[in-house]
Design a protein around this ligand. Structure first.
Ligand SMILES: *Cc1c(COP(=O)(O)O)cnc(C)c1O
Length: 471
């Protein structure tokens, strides 16, 4: 192995035959396992969780063999050494399809918006965590969602989406895309017969979150993928339908949609993958062929993930994902049970409860890397009162009490943080959906979303029970 330290890709590397050999062998993200890094170090005997801490002991993206932690790249532009090397760099950029040779070679970095080492290392790890072929990062979850939909649709196409989505995704589909004559049909994807009926020759994308934000209903990923696969058998390649799943709520620790037949996964890295609430980020994970399109989209629309945020997610977020989520799930299960037994709570939606209406699907679909049931870290619950307005008022009262008095519960949007966060979807994250539609889509005026952090479970329950006493 070459021990030379060097901050940027250098042409010297490419001349070294030894170096070339290890580069060709180093593909962790590739579904076609060619990784002698594994063979060399006998790494296949270790678990995915451990791999997410160490990442690759070798990456063609950057040499930093004397650092334990990868350094932060802080260079917007890169030295090209010769006109020929510069020209080659531009020639190679976004030319990975049908050209594996180029992808696995040490890249020629040109300019941060095209690519740099921190993002690319994070992308390798994200693809691996989701068991996908390739990943491209973006400035935020919305940046990733608009890029995935951006490369898959054009004027005249149709999207089929679940009736309930994250507020900004809903606005993207209902306010912006119609301006380009891209229309979305919202249906209840929990019933797959609806999907069969909704598909038309113009359909290009089936889009959903599971668990759904904020109600935590589930969509059967394998069921959707099966229907789309059947439909695609009748279609030409350029008329194919793609299944895109927002896996932000579950994280790859609890669910890997690509292994269940989805084509693309999108993420807000701002949430539980980042984990500490310090940085925004997004990612699209999908088939190898999509990489160049996503890179070109990112280059021209410009929603590029900052290197420092990529570094934070790579160094703190992903390596602690399993540890955090496993603990948060345990706490969430206890908190959900507490809420479910509380007289002032009408109902609790948490996929880990036996009473969860889609419990069987949850057990099948939400499993960690070792196959254990992994129902996630979010809880949705509705305050009890006869009238919707009464429920709304009581939810508001509880949230206001907790915002003022609770030590372990913070009133804030976002989720997947080490701190427990509470919010009122009806007036906050999902406020872009008109009130009368909210109820139809399953958002109750008395609905509250709770994102479980790392506090002791007894302390969270203490704060919640004090708050519930006051309403
Ligand atoms: C937060 C969130 C997004 C948007 O992510 P940003 O990083 O805030 O842009 C998309 N989908 C879901 C399910 C989310 O929770």
């Amino acid at each position: 192995m070459v021990k030379k330290q060097n901050g940027t890709a250098s042409s010297i590397r490419e001349k070294s035959p030894k170096r070339k050999k290890s580069i060709e062998n180093g593909s962790m993200s590739s579904a076609r396992e060619r990784s002698p890094r594994k063979k060399r170090n006998n790494e296949e005997k270790y678990s995915i969780e451990t791999h997410l801490i160490y990442g690759r002991s070798f990456t063609p993206k950057w040499e930093y063999s004397h650092h334990v932690v990868p350094p932060i790249s802080a260079s917007a532009t890169f030295r090209l050494e010769s006109a020929q090397r510069g020209a080659l760099g531009f020639l190679q950029f976004a030319h990975t399809v049908n050209n594996e040779e180029v992808e696995v070679k040490a890249p020629i970095y040109i300019y941060d918006r095209l690519g740099e080492p921190n993002k690319e290392m994070l992308e390798e790890h994200l693809a691996y965590a989701e068991q996908g072929e390739t990943a491209v990062t973006f400035a935020s979850g919305m940046g990733a969602i608009s890029a995935a939909l951006g490369i898959l649709t054009k004027t005249g196409d149709e999207i089929i989406a679940h009736k309930l989505l994250y507020g900004c995704t809903y606005e993207l589909l209902t306010y912006w895309y119609p301006r380009y004559q891209i229309h979305t049909k919202f249906i209840d994807l929990r019933d797959l017969t609806n999907l069969k009926k909704a598909i038309t020759p113009r359909t290009r994308v089936v889009y959903f979150e599971t668990p759904v934000n904020p109600t935590l209903e589930l969509i059967d990923i394998a069921g959707v993928a099966e229907i789309v696969k059947e439909e695609n058998k009748k279609r030409k390649q350029n008329e194919r339908i793609y299944v895109v799943v927002d896996n932000t709520f579950a994280t790859p620790f609890c669910q890997r949609p690509l292994t269940l037949g989805a084509d693309f996964v999108v993420h807000s890295l701002t949430k539980n993958i980042g984990g500490f609430g310090t940085d925004m980020g997004g990612a699209v994970i999908g088939p190898r062929w999509s990489k160049d399109k996503l890179l070109l989209y990112r280059k021209d629309f410009g929603g590029v993930l900052g290197t420092k945020s990529a570094w934070t997610i790579l160094v703190y977020g992903l390596p602690t994902l399993a540890l955090r989520v496993r603990q948060q799930e345990k706490t969430a299960t206890e908190v959900a049970r507490f809420l479910a037994s509380h007289p002032k709570v009408q109902y609790v939606s948490y996929p880990g409860l036996h009473t969860f209406p889609q419990y069987e699907l949850a057990k099948k679909q939400m499993v960690d890397y070792e196959g254990n049931f992994a129902p996630g870290t979010l809880i949705y619950f509705v305050i009890k009162d006869e009238s919707p307005e009464g429920r709304r008022k009581k939810a508001e009262k509880l949230i206001n009490y907790l915002a003022k008095n609770a030590y372990t519960i913070t009133l804030a949007v976002s989720l997947g943080n080490i701190r427990t966060l509470i919010e009122h979807p009806g007036s906050m994250t999902h406020a872009t959906i008109p009130a009368e539609e909210q109820l139809r889509k399953g958002i109750d005026p008395g609905g509250i979303r709770l994102s479980i952090g790392l506090e002791k479970v007894d302390d969270i329950i203490l704060d919640l029970s004090e708050g519930l006493e006051k309403i």
